[in-house]
Design a protein around this ligand. Sequence first.
Ligand code: HEM
Ligand code: HEM
Length: 172
Amino acid sequence: MYETKYPKPLIVIHWLTFILLIIIYYIGFTLEDYEFNEANMNRYRLHAILGVTVLILTLIRIFVRRKNMNRLPPPISYYNNWHKQLVSIVHYLIYVFLIFAPLVGFVMIYQTGALSYDLGGPFPSNAEFDHTLAEIHEFAVFSLLVLIIMHIAGVIIYRIKTGEDILDRMLP
Ligand code: HEM
Ligand code: HEM
């Protein structure tokens, strides 16, 4: 027996993640205008805390999804096998990058020694992000953004092609 909607906790996490990501991307893109120093630490801290929150929410989301495999709505009417593969790859990669991007961000901050500042120590002098890690973080958040755009476009195109509004499945 299929449900018509996603389980409530998954719906809540889906939209909470959406709101958090808007704020995280906004702060992220403005970080480039602010040097990483003691005066700007709060800005970086907010970005980091919200990012780690997304990471934790995603782990909970994957766990809850596994526990509720038989309570998920039925598969949508895929146009063909290629479409089916594409949807599943996009969903899978979104989960991967929702974990990977904040993880790299965390290592980046950790590597500067700034975490000890949060624990009462001094701010590291000449704190600089590892260039490679910064590039990887940038690649991960850019990839995630592309996947999210594909995801949203997919929902809209499905609506146009089939006349069916699957958004209902993700609304309480
Ligand atoms: C899903 C979670 C995250 C998203 C979508 C995200 C997004 C972004 C974006 C768009 C930027 C600006 C582009 C860039 O220069 O890389 C950025 C920069 C940055 N993010 Fe994140 N971020 C996330 C999680 C985190 C976390 C958890 C941390 C640290 C704990 C972090 C630390 C940083 C730092 C330090 C920068 C500045 C990089 C630089 O100046 O080169 N991010 N992030
Ligand atoms: C930050 C932005 C977003 C992310 C990261 C995201 C991520 C996801 C993921 C991973 C799934 C798959 C759920 C599963 O595991 O079965 C999903 C489902 C869904 N998302 Fe999003 N989403 C985002 C924004 C949106 C927006 C803006 C819409 C509205 C157009 C939307 C509509 C849906 C719908 C309707 C489903 C259910 C698809 C189905 O019934 O199979 N999402 N989302």
